[in-house]
Design a protein around this ligand. Structure first.
Ligand SMILES: Nc1ncnc2c1ncn2[C@@H]1O[C@H](COP(=O)(O)OP(=O)(O)O)[C@@H](O)[C@H]1O
Ligand SMILES: [Mg+2]
Length: 222
């Protein structure tokens, strides 16, 4: 489903080059639940942004869903992001000036889903993560745990095959972390492939594999 071959990412600031990913080789099969761990600055988010097609590598080959991403146009990449991938971030990244329900509708709008169907699907997704009672609230006026559940509903809007979660429990207390992990575990059991960055070894028990990154290289792949 995902294959990285000698992936490199080097940032350039002026004349100076900063190599961040230094040759990542990784294969991820459909249905896996991967935990990506490693110290701060080791390149986890950089790697997630490449796997999530939010950024392109500066070297190596990246195959996603049988497509060679280096040969893919920006338009096709945008389609893949919208339809095949769902994103969950540590800071939720919801839009404060529109309602919870509208937030979940955003990806559906971008995919031209008609108004009535959009509303119905958003409501169903919010019900599935137990936050439908907040549908008319601003995301600014709900709790952190609720915000992350809204973000999960939004990530699921277009029924993606792959979920990319960068420290999804990083800003949550234990109870809400457990709830988010229960939802992710359920989504994985339903057949979705999940790649999750985390600092917390305690929440990786339902993961099928832990990958450790250090200084831009994979340390352990077991
Ligand atoms: N856009 C950027 N330009 C320059 N350097 C960056 C950029 N994004 C990240 N970096 C650097 O790349 C390294 C890895 O960052 P990141 O992937 O965010 O690590 P992690 O998520 O593991 O904490 C850090 O040293 C960071 O400063
Ligand atoms: Mg990070």
């Amino acid at each position: 489903m995902i294959e990285l071959r000698d992936i490199q990412k080097t940032y350039r600031i002026g004349e100076i080059e900063y190599p961040v990913l230094k040759g990542i080789n990784l294969e991820i099969e459909a249905g896996e639940f991967i935990a990506l761990m490693g110290p701060s600055g080791s390149g986890k988010s950089t790697l997630m942004n490449i796997v999530g097609c939010l950024d392109r590598p500066t070297g190596g080959q990246f195959l996603l869903l049988d497509q060679d991403i280096s040969q893919t146009t920006d338009d096709e990449l945008a389609r893949i992001r919208r339809e095949e991938l769902g994103f969950i971030f540590q800071t939720f990244n919801l839009i404060g000036r529109i309602s919870v329900q509208r937030n979940v509708e955003v990806p559906l709008m971008l995919s031209d889903v008609p108004h009535e169907e959009r509303k119905a699907r958003a409501l169903k997704l919010l019900e599935a993560v137990n936050v439908a009672h907040r549908m008319n609230f601003s995301p600014l006026n709900i709790s952190g745990g609720e915000r992350q559940r809204v973000a999960i509903a939004r990530a699921l809007a277009n029924d993606p095959k792959i979920i990319i979660a960068d420290e999804p429990t990083g800003n949550l207390d234990l109870k809400n972390s457990n709830e988010v992990m229960n939802i992710l575990t359920r989504l994985n059991k339903d057949g979705r492939t999940i790649i999750m960055v985390t600092h917390n070894p305690e929440i990786t028990e339902n993961c099928s594999r832990v990958i450790r990154l250090r200084d831009g290289r994979i340390l352990e792949n077991a």
